[in-house]
Design a protein around this ligand. Structure first.
Ligand code: RIB
Ligand code: CA
Length: 314
């Protein structure tokens, strides 16, 4: 077996972030070096607690969790309690974490890890606003060429936005951070709403988790039951889009996904379209491609992978 892929998960749990973390911890192909929490769905004081709760749920109190940026680089923090509940991870009742929060600031941890590890070996899997990543790039520009790749959930083009008609939440919360990341030259795979809206948590798929006799399966069902209700009503679908686990699934089985290497620019001027990912899908601008934008996935294959792996957890 080849060596596990070392990754840092940057995240704002968030029910879908939680399922993504479970998938990563259930997959021997991946080595989670650390988890860095960022403000997004809820303030970072909650996202770091939620990250630790999920690590303990997965039986991994050894995982190092760090707290990062308390707000976006320039704009005031916009949160999403309407979707995720007041804890940011409503649904299952999970005990308060007993594993420690690391004392090091997440941005410093990202920098130290990238400077210490062999260049080109560490992947950043980002599941929330890109504030921590952008701050790390500002503080230590030398990390940019040392990052193997960034695989980010965010943006939308053919599907439009989910927090405004033009913008997806992760990009909208910190568009300046997103612009910095997309202009960094780092290899990026972007998993936008165009892909994640095909990964619906249908009743049948959630039932597969509920039928598991492990705590992680039961918690996943409870996470999805809560998380999907808002989007089911909004979109009138059977189930809601399961965004963040697509990032980890892409790392595990990229063949489940299809996309195109094109230019992505971030709107940071107009309030009307703030945070829009302007994807040059038809290559009409002449701007250099800077991301592989994923537009579709094999949804059944994705849920088969997710169910098989979460079934292996405690
Ligand atoms: O727009 C979906 C994204 O915003 C997901 O990462 C979800 O967790 C929220 O952060
Ligand atoms: Ca998220």
């Amino acid at each position: 077996m080849t060596k596990p892929l070392p990754i840092i998960i940057d995240t704002d749990p968030g029910q879908d972030d939680a399922v993504a973390i479970l998938l990563a911890l259930a997959s021997p192909e991946i080595e989670v070096l650390g988890i860095t929490a960022v403000a997004g769905n809820v303030p970072v004081a909650l996202t770091e607690v939620n990250a630790r709760k999920i690590c303990e749920l997965a039986g991994r109190p050894d995982i190092k969790v760090y707290a990062g940026a308390v707000q976006p680089m320039l704009r005031p923090l916009v949160t999403a309690e309407y979707l995720h509940g007041k804890t940011g991870m409503d649904g299952p009742t999970l005990p308060a974490p007993t594993m420690p929060l690391q004392t090091q600031y997440a941005v410093d941890y990202i920098i130290d890890t990238l400077m210490a590890r062999e260049a080109g070996t560490v992947t950043l899997a980002t599941l929330g606003p890109l504030t921590n990543i952008a701050l790390a790039l500002v503080q230590e520009p030398r990390i940019a060429p040392r990052i193997k790749q960034i695989v980010a959930m965010g943006g939308g083009y053919f599907e439009g936005g989910n927090v405004t008609p033009a913008a997806e939440f992760n990009i909208y919360v910190d568009p300046q951070a997103a612009r910095m990341v997309f202009e960094s030259g780092i290899p990026i795979t972007l998993i936008p709403l165009d892909c994640t809206h095909q990964a619906l948590t249908t009743a049948k798929r959630v039932a597969a988790f509920r039928a598991m006799n492990n705590r992680s399966g039961q918690a996943t069902a409870a996470l999805l039951d809560f998380f999907e209700r808002f989007d089911e009503q909004k979109y009138g679908t059977d189930g809601g889009p399961l965004h963040d686990p697509c990032v980890i699934a892409w790392l595990l089985k990229p063949e489940l996904f299809q996309g195109r290497h094109v230019n992505v620019a971030i709107e940071c001027e107009s309030e009307l379209t703030m945070g829009m990912t302007v994807v040059d899908w038809w290559r009409v601008t002449g701007r250099a491609p800077n991301a592989t934008v994923i537009r579709s996935l094999d949804a059944d294959g994705f849920f088969t992978l997710l169910t098989e792996r979460i079934g292996k957890l405690p």
